[in-house]
Every structure is written in structure tokens, then in C-alpha cells.
Design a protein around this ligand. Structure first.
Ligand code: NAI
Length: 462
């Protein structure tokens, strides 16, 4: 008899959700985690701590920008960085302990230590070897750096070090205008740091709907972030008092240097599969270092599955969670499935940016006939009352059938607003379906309805 029906390696959002669902579906399940707390990158050094710092720094921004406009005077924030970090650590603790509680509640065994797979059907943790009918790898990802740039997590940091800086820097260079660079760049800009973002491509957040990306860059520039686009960072020299970042502009090959106390390298992440023993097992990998799987998350080795950042697709916690639930259902004999056409993406800056489905550029490339419904938060009463009228909702719908193909929002609570559109897309809804749904007044969500109306006979408040 095998010790377990399922052993999940890694307890990030992919792994822990998968383990809980396996247990709920009657499979005897364990989850291997070597970190001292459960929850993986997301809960310990990623999504959750960064959201705590984004929340705290946003309050500072509100005091500076908007309090006096509302007649609240005499508030001068005195930021206690040590306390802000300890608030963030407390939030992490509440979340990681929450997962531990859920494991106990669902009878998932936590096998403490780093796991490896000595042979199919076996998982080694420390000196112990456990047998499992199925092994699910949910080992996540790690930050990448650029050739020749050494990360010390003090002066030259990844997102991990950026959450733990000893002091708020006076100048920070951010390499990469992707999600991490802009979220953490925003945190420090709001706390008074002069933030300079250097990006290789000609726009921020490559791959995002271009109209939204342009507006996003404009708003962030207004908030004090400086951008150098079309620039490839060459080196970072940390031998002096300040770090010197050298970059080359693509347009004329000219070389420039900028100094900073802290350099945040946010140039992407790669799958983390070290120490699992996949090479010896003959598990097939892609040329991008991802574990190759079929539609059922099965690798080429029987009984070994993989999900989340370690396989193909966007490196997003919720994509990993959905894959975790799908593979659990498949192993329990159900029809687990993920709809990759409706995976939302959110950037938690202020305003937030949220996207689902196709961008306008993708629809053009596909030669698809589409229509655009747009609505600015300037026409939304609630947004105006809350100093949150920067931004707009954009819905892309099929020109003939009106079916929603994509949606992109920059504005207040965009990440939450997006989900009514996600649900609509799951049901194959038309923009008119959203437009005919009564939306409470005054809410931000009225802007979504107005954008849907704009796909038809027109918005009311535009
Ligand atoms: P990213 O892939 O989003 O952005 C990296 C950026 O660095 C790109 O814009 C790229 O063009 C630029 N770059 C690469 N080499 C460069 C060079 N030599 N000089 C200048 N720029 C250069 O990667 P990021 O921000 O590190 O995030 C990693 C992963 O984590 C992503 O998959 C992201 O989706 C995920 N993540 C998601 C979050 C969310 O959903 N809110 C939050 C944080 C991370």
C-alpha cells in the first residue's frame, strides 16, 4: 500500500490549493514544503507582502494628495518603516497560519523539508522516503537576473530583497517595467523615493493592451516615476558608495549611467525545479526550462504531474490554483479543466490595471472584426467623489455577434471590477447582457456597464 494517493511538492497557491482539493475529493494527501511556513512565494515573499506595502504606502499618498482637499488638515505622516514592515510580516503570518489551519482541517499532512523524486512513485524528504500513487510538482519559480548583474539582496535586490530593505532609499533604479517593477516602484515612489524605471521595450508592461499601457505610464509619471524606455541595462557597479547602473539606448546605441542607493531587478522569473531530480527521471522540459505536460498536467513519466509557474503559461497565483484544482479533479476521476482564455491579470498599483481575454492588438493581428466600448471614470460619480477618476474601462466585443472577447480596465478597484466580465465571458455573454444587467448606483461597477452600453447604442454618461 502506498503511503499516500497524492504527494504535492510545494505549498504555494498551486500546491496548497491542489492538496486541499485532493483531500476534499477523498484522496490521502501530503504536501512537501521546505520553507518554515506554508504558502510559497505568493504568501511569504510575493503577492501578499507586496499588497500590504502597496496598501500602507497608498494611505501615505492619500494623506499627501487628498486629505486637505476634503478639509482634513494637520495630518503629516511620519512613516515608521520598521513598523510598516512589521505590519506586513503580521499579514504574512496570518495568511501562512491560515493555510496550516486548512491543512489540519482537511487532513493534509505537511511533510517538512525539501522534496525530491528518487524514482516514480517515491518522494524523498530529508532522510525519509514516502510512496505515492501520484506526485504533483508545484515547485514554482524564482527571479531571474541579467548576465553580469549580481544580486546581493541589499543594494541590488529582487522583489524578495525589495520587501525587506533596511531603510527607504532616496533613489531607486528599477530594471524592467513589468508587474513587479511597477508595483514595488510605486510603493517606494509613494514613500518619497525617487524612482527611475529602465525598460527594454518601447512601452511599459509589454503585452498589455497598448492604449491602457500608455495611460498607465502617463498616470505613473504624474505620480513621480521616471521612465527610460527602449533601453537595455548593461551592468550595475556596486564598488562605490552608490550603485551605478549603465544602460544603452536602443535608438542610438548611446551609453548612460544613473546612480541609486538601491537597484531592483525585475526582469522576469523562471521555473524553479532545482533538486527535484527531474533530469535523472527523464522528465521532459521545454527549452524555457518549464516542465512539459499534456492537457491533463501529466509529464512524460507516469504518475508525475506538474502545475503552476513550473509549467507553461502566465506566472500567476490564480492560474496555478486553478490548475491545482483541475489536476485534483482529474486524479479523482472528474473532468478537471482550466479555461486559459479567461485568466485575469491584475497590477495592484493605484489605479489598478486589470485585463482579461484579447487585447486590441491581438484582435487586429487575428484579423478579427471587433467593436470597442469605452467609458472613462470621469463620468462615474463614485470615482469623482473618491479622487479616483483617472482611467477607463474598455470592452472588446465581436462586431457581428456582440460576444465579449476581452476587457481592460485602468481605474479604481479594477481588479475586482473585472470579474463580472470574467463571469460573463465564461458564459459566452454578449456586451448587451452586461449592459442590460442593473448595476447599483453609485458604484465603480457602473463604469463597466457604461462601457458595455458603449458597445451598443452608446453610454449614458459619456
Ligand atoms: P515581467 O515579465 O512582468 O516584466 C519584466 C520586464 O523587464 C519586461 O517588461 C522586460 O521587457 C524588461 N526587461 C528584460 N530585460 C531587460 C533589460 N536588460 N533592461 C531593461 N528591461 C528589461 O516580469 P516581472 O515584473 O519580474 O514579474 C515576474 C512574474 O511575476 C510575471 O510573470 C508576473 O506576471 C508575475 N507577477 C504577477 C503579479 C501580479 O499578478 N500582480 C505581481 C508580481 C509578479
Amino acid at each position: 500500500m502506498a503511503d499516500y494517493d497524492v504527494i504535492v511538492i510545494g505549498s504555494g497557491p498551486g500546491g496548497y490549493v491542489c492538496a486541499i482539493r485532493c483531500a476534499q475529493l477523498g484522496l490521502k494527501t501530503a504536501c512537501v514544503e521546505g520553507r518554515e511556513t506554508l504558502g510559497g512565494t505568493c504568501l511569504n515573499i510575493g503577492c501578499i507582502p507586496s499588497k500590504a506595502l502597496l496598501h500602507a504606502s497608498h494611505q501615505v499618498h492619500e494623506v499627501h494628495e487628498n486629505f486637505s482637499k476634503m478639509g482634513i488638515n494637520g495630518v503629516e505622516p511620519d512613516v515608521d518603516w520598521t513598523q510598516m514592515k512589521s505590519y506586513k510580516d503580521d499579514v504574512i503570518g496570518q495568511n501562512t497560519k491560515g493555510v496550516e489551519f486548512l491543512f489540519k482541517k482537511n487532513k493534509v499532512d505537511w511533510l517538512k523539508g525539501w522534496g525530491s523524486i528518487p524514482e516514480p512513485g517515491k518522494v524523498k524528504v530529508g532522510d525519509e522516503i514516502y510512496s505515492a500513487k501520484n506526485i504533483i510538482i508545484a515547485s514554482g519559480s524564482e527571479a531571474t537576473s541579467l548576465p553580469g548583474i549580481e544580486i546581493d539582496e541589499k543594494t541590488v535586490v529582487t522583489s524578495t530583497g525589495a520587501l525587506e530593505l533596511d531603510a527607504i532609499p532616496s533613489e531607486m533604479v528599477v530594471i524592467g517595467a513589468g508587474v513587479i517593477g511597477l508595483e514595488l516602484g510605486s510603493v517606494y515612489a509613494r514613500l518619497g523615493t525617487k524612482v527611475h524605471v529602465i525598460e527594454f521595450m518601447d512601452g511599459v508592461t509589454p503585452g498589455m493592451d497598448a492604449e491602457i499601457a500608455r495611460q498607465f505610464q502617463k498616470i505613473l509619471t504624474k505620480q513621480g516615476l521616471e521612465f527610460t524606455l527602449g533601453a537595455a541595462v548593461q551592468s550595475v557597479d556596486t564598488s562605490g558608495k552608490k550603485a551605478k547602473v549603465t544602460y544603452k539606448l536602443k535608438k542610438d546605441d548611446s551609453e548612460h549611467t544613473v546612480e541609486a542607493d538601491t537597484v531592483l531587478v525585475a526582469t522576469g522569473r523562471r521555473p524553479y525545479t532545482d533538486g527535484l531530480g527531474l533530469g535523472d527521471l527523464g522528465v521532459e522540459m521545454t527549452n524555457r526550462g518549464q516542465i512539459k505536460t499534456d492537457d491533463h498536467y501529466q509529464t512524460n513519466v507516469g504518475g508525475i504531474y506538474a502545475i503552476g509557474d513550473a509549467i507553461d503559461g502566465p506566472m500567476l497565483a490564480h492560474k496555478a490554483e486553478d490548475e491545482g484544482m483541475a489536476v485534483a479533479e482529474i486524479l479523482a476521476g472528474q473532468a478537471g479543466h482550466v479555461n486559459y482564455g479567461v485568466i485575469p491579470g491584475v497590477i495592484y498599483t493605484h489605479p489598478e490595471v486589470a485585463s482579461v481575454g484579447k487585447t486590441e492588438e491581438q484582435l487586429k493581428d487575428e484579423g478579427r472584426a471587433y467593436k470597442v466600448g469605452k467609458f472613462s471614470f470621469m463620468g462615474n460619480g463614485r470615482a469623482k467623489a473618491n479622487f479616483a477618476a483617472d482611467g477607463f474601462v474598455k470592452i472588446l466585443a465581436d462586431k457581428d455577434t456582440d460576444r465579449i472577447l476581452g476587457a481592460h480596465i485602468i481605474g479604481p478597484m479594477a481588479g475586482d471590477l473585472l470579474h463580472e466580465i470574467c463571469v460573463a465571458m465564461e458564459f459566452g455573454a454578449a456586451a448587451e447582457d452586461l449592459a442590460r444587467t442593473c448595476h447599483a448606483h453609485p458604484t465603480y461597477s457602473e463604469a463597466v456597464r457604461e462601457a458595455a452600453l458603449a458597445c451598443g447604442d452608446g453610454a449614458i454618461h459619456a
